[in-house]
Design a binder for this molecule. Structure first.
Ligand code: ADP
Length: 293
């Protein structure tokens, strides 16, 4: 929760930013986040969503999150909360976002979500990567530009996470040997050619909300330009979206054939991230894939 001085400081900044003096009423904590503390900041002029964390713990995390949210919003493809203030005060970082009022899914929720995501994915770029590194969860995500998706995926998505896991003793030499074999296979034209697509980058059930109008809003991204198949693969990892979503996405922006066979390979990335964040219980999912390929 926010202290009185933090409330005063943030109220002043928010007022300056929106051009209206706000009057603080009350705050309540919001759960569900994995990393930061969040509050609903209620004022006479409406609510704001505020995340906070220690300044030193995750350097520039909120700066990167704001950059990512802004980039997604600029595509005008899908609802993204507006970034109102991003600041540091007395050793703490704060990110103030437009408050998303939650509602029930509209009848066409999944179809509209698929259409909006397909529009986001049509926002393209010459190379894979981004002009800055950011975070995936609380881990650093390296986005150095690459013209080739296979190299980008192997070097900047798999190998970096594998190195972390190996250094921490979570993966052994046997894994490294299996992965070398996998890298060879991937380098043999495994991925269908696609132009780099703007990705949310961390799209699972916990990172979208249903707005009061019944339509989707995306939160908490790990943005970069990547192969759009990795985004759709990740949506399937923890529970998956409704079948209507996948049907509609295919209609709006068809995927290359045999996409389903590539899903486990893309999902090695989030699984490796989970191994590094939460430990070896996520290794079994990786072992299954490595044995198969
Ligand atoms: P963390 O960075 O800790 O993972 P999240 O960004 O996932 O935190 O936010 C935590 C929770 O707060 C989400 O699960 C969601 O329920 C809620 N939330 C996130 N953004 C907003 C927002 N702009 N307005 C209202 N609630 C939000």
């Amino acid at each position: 929760m926010l202290s009185t001085t933090e409330i005063q400081y943030l109220s002043t900044l928010i007022s300056q930013k929106i051009g209206t003096t706000i009057t603080f009423q009350e705050q309540s904590s919001i759960g569900g986040g994995c990393i930061n503390q969040a509050v609903c900041f209620k004022t006479a002029q409406g609510r704001f969503f505020i995340k906070q964390n220690s300044h030193k713990r995750y350097p520039k995390m909120f700066e990167k999150e704001a950059l990512g949210l802004n980039l997604l919003r600029e595509s005008q493809a899908i609802k993204i909360p507006e970034c109102i203030v991003q600041t540091t005060f007395e050793e703490k970082d704060f990110l103030v976002l437009e408050f998303i009022h939650e509602g029930k899914k509209a009848d066409n929720f999944w179809q509209y979500f698929a259409e909006a995501l397909s529009k986001l994915h049509r926002t393209s770029n010459e190379n894979f990567g981004l002009d800055h590194d950011n975070y995936i969860g609380s881990l650093e995500q390296i986005n150095t530009w690459k013209s080739d998706w296979t190299n980008f995926f192997i070097e900047q998505r798999l190998q970096i996470q594998v190195k972390h896991a190996f250094d921490k003793g979570l993966m052994g030499k046997k894994h490294l040997r299996q992965l070398d074999g996998l890298y060879n296979e991937l380098s043999n034209g495994f991925f269908p050619k696609e132009v780099p697509a703007l990705l949310h980058g961390d799209l699972w059930n916990g990172n979208f909300m249903v707005q009061s109008n019944g339509q989707v809003a995306l939160i908490d991204p790990a943005v970069y330009y990547g192969h759009r198949e990795i985004e759709l693969a990740f949506t399937q990892l923890f529970g998956g979206f409704d079948a209507l979503f996948y049907e509609a996405y295919q209609a709006y922006f068809p995927l290359a054939k045999n996409f389903e066979q590539r899903v486990p390979i893309y999902n090695l990335y989030p699984l490796l991230v989970h191994v590094n964040l939460f430990g070896s219980s996520y290794l079994s999912g990786i072992d299954v894939v490595l044995k198969k390929f």
